[in-house]
Design a protein around this ligand. Structure first.
Ligand SMILES: [Fe+2]
Length: 468
């Protein structure tokens, strides 16, 4: 595979070619793994199996899950591709057959005639991995999720017992309500601009659909829940699939239109509150909650849509920072303030406090010069009580992935949990970092070194109680 033409497949963006299994004897641990942790840290991300035709941004690679299972203070590691029908078809033909989200390609006739996957839109299953209602799912926002077994073997596409219809694209960023256990998710469709909130109960059974009408298909990546609302950002970032099919740039950024913020009642009453403000883009929320007639939203702000059809340069020049937005329901006013000057992305919280007042946000963060050395070498803790940002620094050359808050099963305090992420540090190797949420100054309480590279990726979660 010659990846030299693809900036976003260099360095630790480059894929690994092996699926590996390492037991406790093969994983060196520095420090001590908390004994009462039983479950798995899993992270999804792109890992091209064949040399791509086009690679816009790290959105296009075949999904691969990296998992560290913890039990009795010991760790086991596994990584597996998600065996999608697109990947299986490419394996059969031993080459890349499909295009990217920015440039779709017609599927060769011989592939369709041979029973290969006919959909030109490749479901990469590369964005998130989630455990809810006893289902382990690899998610990608352009299609159905893939159901996995605990050992990461792939069962296949999952339609929630028929709740998802052909063409429905389920978000990779659902939120779990800590009170009801409901999964609050959404679908969009390639053939419609509309947006549908989808709610599944704690057993993963479909419960409710709440439709929202739009004139144009917006790029809506994440959603946030509060006690009564689903909040989404409708930025002036649009995708036109007919342009993608013609090979034209399907993405457009139209800042004069501003960004709308929609608060959609979770009860389905339909009284959507729409707020308007200057144009901005965001990939990820941190948390949100309601207080005295206001909705407070913490999220990572970006000044504009951070990609085009043009192949990425491998360097992201745009700053991105934690912001706090306050929406006044009576006056419809929007207050939008920078919370910290630290560059960050992949914001998370203690999800027992999802949609509720909380103290700490966590995000992959940077304390080095942005620019050619872009990326995140720290885990940041954003204290919304004191305004302080604290960094756990893994070294100037390191790359730290999305931090996941893992609750301490024996405590309800945010400070007593742990924050985990994969770190790649040239010269040191790659490891799962476990940091005490209440003591960032101490650095990792444990580093679990994995003897194979773990490429940069997207989203991770802690799967409480999931074991091999
Ligand atoms: Fe995301």
């Amino acid at each position: 595979m010659d990846l030299s033409a693809f900036p976003y497949l260099q360095g630790n963006y480059a894929p690994v070619s092996e699926e590996s299994d390492f037991g406790p004897d093969e994983l060196r641990v520095e420090g001590v793994i908390p004994e009462n942790l039983r479950g798995a840290f899993m992270r999804d991300g792109p890992n091209v199996a064949f040399q791509p035709n086009h690679y816009v941004y790290p959105l296009d690679g075949d999904g691969m899950i990296h998992a560290v299972y913890l039990k009795d203070g010991q760790a086991t590691y596994k990584n597996r591709w998600v065996e999608t029908s697109h990947l299986k078809t490419e394996r059969k033909f031993n080459r890349t057959l499909y295009g990217s989200v920015g440039k779709l390609l017609d599927v060769p006739r011989e592939v369709i005639e041979a029973g290969g996957e006919p959909n030109p839109v490749k479901n990469t299953a590369n964005t998130n991995v989630l455990y809810h209602g006893g289902k382990l799912l690899a998610m990608w926002e352009g299609g159905f999720p893939h159901l996995l077994n605990n050992d990461l073997s792939t069962v296949g596409l999952y339609d929630y017992d028929g709740a998802l219809k052909a063409g429905d694209a389920l978000t990779a960023h659902p939120k779990i309500c800590p009170d009801s256990g409901d999964l609050v998710s959404c679908t969009q469709r390639w053939d419609s601009a509309n947006y549908y909130v989808q709610i599944f109960d704690k057993h993963a059974r479909h419960k409710k659909t709440i439709p929202v009408q739009f004139d144009r298909k917006g790029i809506i990546h994440d959603l946030q829940i509060t006690q009564n609302y689903v909040v989404i950002f409708y930025a002036p970032a649009f995708h036109d699939v007919t342009k993608a099919m013609r090979g034209e740039d399907p993405f457009s950024w139209e800042p004069e239109k501003g960004t709308k913020i929609l608060a959609i009642p979770r009860d389905g009453s339909g009284n959507i509150i729409t707020f308007e403000t200057d144009a901005f883009f965001s990939w990820h929320f941190c948390n949100g909650f309601e207080r005295d007639g206001q909705i407070v939203i913490d999220y990572v702000w970006i000044n504009s849509m951070p990609f085009t059809q043009a192949q990425g340069t491998g360097v992201e020049k745009q700053p991105r920072r934690m912001y706090r937005m306050t929406l006044d329901k009576a006056t419809k006013t929007v207050t939008n303030e920078q919370f910290s000057d630290v560059f960050c992305e992949f914001s998370r919280v203690d999800e027992r406090l999802m949609g509720k007042q909380y103290r700490y946000g966590f995000a992959a963060s940077s304390n080095r010069d942005w620019g050619d050395a872009h990326g995140y070498n720290c885990t940041g803790r954003y204290d919304f009580n004191t305004g302080e940002t604290k960094l756990c620094d893994y070294g100037p050359e390191a790359n730290a992935g999305e931090p996941v808050y893992v609750p301490n099963p024996d405590s309800e305090r945010e400070e007593d949990g742990w924050v985990m992420c994969f770190v790649f540090n040239p010269g040191e190797g790659q490891y799962l970092s476990i940091v005490s949420a209440g003591d960032f100054d101490k650095g990792p309480v444990a580093k679990i070194y994995v003897p194979t590279r773990i490429p940069n990726g997207f989203h991770a979660n802690w799967m409480q109680g999931l074991t091999l």
